[in-house]
Ligand binder design. Sequence first.
Ligand code: SF4
Ligand code: SF4
Length: 55
Amino acid sequence: MIVKEWCMYCGECAGVCPRTLIEVQETNLIFNKEGCKDCQICIQVCPVQALVKEE
Ligand code: SF4
Ligand code: SF4
């Protein structure tokens, strides 16, 4: 995932990931890409469209 600079670190995306692969820190999001099943729920729930899928 590409995290855009306007991410507010609200934690919404981390809360919905079915595999809890997203860790929210104060000014950083960490994705554990290994287990990602590409469901894109995290992208859909972001209130400010700050997540973009990596091509
Ligand atoms: S839901 Fe969006 S704004 Fe909130 S932490 Fe995730 S990427 Fe950032
Ligand atoms: S695409 Fe799905 S599995 Fe991957 S980080 Fe987002 S919510 Fe989690």
